[in-house]
Ligand binder design. Structure first.
Ligand code: AMP
Ligand code: GLY
Length: 423
């Protein structure tokens, strides 16, 4: 089959690599794609928030499947439009895209289904004195109820910062959620689902803070690894029973059932109880870079099955390997990334026995002089895949440490929670 992937990040590069290794996939198209995807697929320059542009491209190319990477097009209703034209689409319709687009909508559904998550209250009136802050113990968690690329959450011990986050959110969005702070360790469970079945991919752990030891501001994600040992098999069973099965039973009985990936972000407390921090309606970035390489069966068949309601017939297997990815970000990411700087040392990969490492490109482009330059906040990530996590992390850092980009930022402790666990 021929596939069109929508998006331009490291996630889409990882998906394109996965499809390029799939026996059931013939041609891969990516819109708009990036430097990485241009090497293994055909890029198409379209505005991915324009439903008609995606529709026309899919029809013109005659693709058999469209895979939507980011949340933006899903919240615009791109899946609804493709499905109405009979084009199989991996990614949910607008109604279910709201599980990510509106934290309040997600909370209401979780409440209805009894899915464990943080308590919350909604505010829509600016006031001098937010009594609500006295109802929750600090640190306070203030969440905007809009898409904010993982940057719409303020977690703070300062009442002043909490109040200003509330004021700003109400001013710009008309409302805001104040949420109970959840203690514990986070993990990401990517669940492929349709009305016939669901499949939990190997659990991963993102590193959302900019700096080592989980310090600094929240970002889109500075690195990830999989499988994450914090999600033991008994915790994974609880995640399935208490979260995945209730939401899957609910979604599979809807007129437009959910077909795509549901990203379940969880917090695991010290008794091993999982609670939902967030739902996303897509693959995670950078979690995809460490999860897709662990799928040993044909991913073209897997995605097509889910997009056509036949997931229960798909054959899915995983490699018994570990993977890690280290993100290289531009200067001043995430607030005001500086772009346009030259990148060098990136033409490398590692293949030593069972150890592999290579680059997933994101905000990188080739300029008119033929040089690699940064063009976004998260520029690229180096991904290692190996029999052990130690080897995977080492291989990823071997590549990252070879790359030069002026004042770039990367974390030097990817995987630290897994390593601490073993001490
Ligand atoms: P979200 O966009 O909802 O994923 O939030 C971004 C990040 O903020 C999460 O990955 C957590 O690290 C943190 N966070 C969000 N909600 C909570 C919460 N209720 N308790 C503790 N941390 C949270
Ligand atoms: N890495 C977090 C996300 O994709 O939302």
């Amino acid at each position: 089959m021929d596939i069109l992937i929508i998006g331009s990040g490291g996630r889409e590069h990882a998906l394109a690599i996965g499809f390029s290794e799939s026996e059931s996939v013939n041609n891969i198209h990516v819109a708009p794609g990036n430097v990485g995807t241009s090497k293994i697929a055909q890029n198409h320059d379209v505005d991915i928030l324009q439903i008609q542009e995606i529709h026309s491209l899919a029809c013109e190319l005659g693709v058999d499947l469209v895979v939507i990477g980011p949340e933006g097009p899903l919240v615009e209703g791109v899946a609804d439009n493709l499905i109405a034209s009979g084009i199989p689409c991996f990614g949910p319709t607008l109604r279910w895209a709201n599980l990510e687009g509106s934290k309040k909508f997600a909370k209401e559904i979780m409440e209805e289904l009894g899915i464990p998550t943080a308590n919350y209250e909604e505010l829509s009136q600016i006031s001098e004195n937010y009594d609500i802050l006295n109802k929750f113990d600090p640190p306070w968690v203030i969440k905007r109820d809009v898409l904010a690329s993982g940057k719409g959450v303020t977690v703070t011990h300062s009442k002043k910062i909490a109040v200003s986050a509330i004021d700003n959110a109400i001013e710009s969005d008309g409302r805001v959620l104040v949420e109970e702070y959840l203690e514990g360790e986070e993990a990401s469970i990517l669940v492929i689902m349709d009305e016939s079945d669901y499949i939990c991919l190997p659990p991963s752990q993102d590193h959302k803070r900019l700096k080592d030891s989980d310090e600094g501001p929240n970002t889109g994600g500075m690195g990830a690894y999989a499988p994450a040992p914090v999600v033991t098999s008994s915790i994974l069973r609880r995640v399935e029973e208490e979260i995945v099965q209730p939401i899957h039973s609910f979604l599979k009985n809807q007129t437009n059932p959910y077909r795509g990936c549901l990203y379940v972000g969880i917090m695991i407390d010290n008794e091993g109880a999982p609670r939902v921090v967030e739902f996303n309606v897509r693959f995670g970035d950078p979690e995809t870079q460490v999860t897709v390489p662990l799928i040993s069966s044909d991913i073209g068949e897997l995605f097509f099955s889910a997009a056509t309601g036949n997931l229960s017939n798909a054959n899915v297997n995983f490699h018994d390997f570990s993977s890690a990815t280290v993100v290289l970000a531009s200067k001043n990411y995430p607030s005001k990334p500086v772009i346009g700087d030259k990148i060098s040392g990136n033409d490398v990969f590692i293949e030593e026995g069972e150890i592999r490492a290579f680059i997933h490109y994101a905000g990188t482009k080739i300029n008119d002089q033929g040089n690699y330059v940064s063009s976004g906040g998260r520029v690229l990530s180096a991904t290692g895949i190996a029999p052990t996590l130690n080897e995977a992390v080492e291989a990823a850092y071997q590549i990252i440490n070879n790359i030069e980009l002026k004042d770039s930022q990367h974390r030097s402790d990817i995987g630290f929670r897994a390593f601490e666990r073993r001490i």
